[in-house]
Design a protein around this ligand. Structure first.
Ligand code: FDP
Length: 338
């Protein structure tokens, strides 16, 4: 079969009436920016881009040079095309308006420019995560509250993983599709259409070093997985933790599995570790569109009414069967303590 490029795929989505020209352009621009980020990350030490930038982001986390570079690449690429009303990023406290000299569009773009950035300096996969919302009607200068829409309102979501190959995974709410960057030609080519995550799995991803800080239902759930064949689950489970959400989610998209960043005593006051608007929501949309499930352990992620641009939430996502068991344990524990 003839390879299908991202551009061709987007034209077909437009013809099918699933996206409009502006959203198509937006995705093209984001994909082009991510190709530049792929080039920057692949240079490693030779590009002079490793190490800390010497600054902190809005979350008080040390910024890597590549965090800052990737953020600038995405902002610059998206400023002039006329497809956006504003951008918001993990690296910036407030939304970034489109400069007055450029035309404005009807979309809002949120992104984590370089997720898993603690892995950059050790040459392990990192990625970009993005989410697209519609700008509310008659809003010309979008404010934070215009971005605070539940994940169900997303028009598109995607991530790019910069690994041995650079891959783009994308959804418009009609299935989840994967594109592989053909480095010689410089274009993304469709490599998997309508990805399906197996419903059952024997593989889980979690940072086990936090075990003693977890809530009781999480202790119970993971305890049962670790008990293996002899335990209540009656089968052995395997564990993987890359510590780059994009890489862990991509493994799940590819061969099934389940990813947890639950609440723990250290992060309880913040509400969780991962950010709702540009990590949990886009990943939940992608995973649900591939037949998986995504919850906070208590509720569906996509149903959350956001309260802040940088809000954090617990994240349970992947193979439906395991997300449901872990979520049930939390709900049962809440009922028992009500
Ligand atoms: P990072 O802080 O390096 O950007 O986005 C947060 C994230 O990485 C995820 O990509 C990753 O899954 C998680 O944090 C890793 O957290 P731990 O360091 O606590 O394992």
């Amino acid at each position: 079969m003839k390879p299908v490029s991202l551009i061709q795929f987007l034209i077909e989505e437009r013809r099918a009436g699933r996206i409009n020209a502006e959203l198509s352009l937006l995705i093209e621009v984001v994909a082009r920016a991510c190709k530049r980020i792929a080039v920057a990350t692949s240079k490693g030490a030779l590009g002079g881009v490793l190490g800390n930038a010497g600054s902190d982001n809005v979350q008080g986390e040390a910024q890597k040079k590549l965090d800052v570079i990737s953020n600038e690449i995405l902002l610059e690429a998206n400023a002039w095309g006329g497809h956006l009303a504003a951008c918001a990023s993990e690296e910036m406290e407030d939304p970034q308006p489109i400069p007055d000299m450029y035309p404005k569009g009807n979309h809002l773009l949120l992104f984590d420019p370089l997720d898993g950035s603690s892995n950059i300096d050790v040459n392990i996969s990192v990625g970009t995560i993005f989410s697209v919302l519609r700008c509310p009607e008659h809003v010309t200068e979008p404010k934070v509250e215009d971005f605070l829409q539940p994940g169900t309102q997303q028009l598109a979501a995607g991530y790019v993983v910069y690994g041995p190959a650079t891959l783009l995974v994308l959804t418009f709410g009609h299935g989840t599709h994967e594109f592989t960057l053909d480095r010689e030609v410089g274009s993304f080519v469709l490599s998997r259409r309508d990805i399906r995550i197996p419903e059952q799995t024997a593989e889980f991803a979690i940072n086990m070093s936090n075990q003693r800080h977890w809530e009781a239902p999480m202790q119970r759930y993971v305890g049962e997985l670790l008990a293996g064949k002899e335990g209540p689950r009656g089968k052995d489970f395997n564990m993987r933790w890359v510590a780059s959400m994009v890489a862990d989610v991509h493994r799940i998209i590819t061969r099934g599995g389940v990813f947890f960043y639950p609440l723990d005593a250290k992060i309880k006051a913040k509400g969780g570790k991962l950010r709702l608007m540009y990590e949990a929501n886009p990943m939940a949309f992608i995973v649900e569109q591939a037949g998986g499930a995504a919850t906070t352990g208590r509720e569906r992620i996509l149903d959350i009414q956001p309260a802040g641009l940088h809000q954090r939430v617990p994240v349970f996502l992947g193979s439906r069967g395991e997300v449901e068991v872990a979520t049930r344990y939390h709900r049962e524990a809440d009922v028992a303590h009500a």
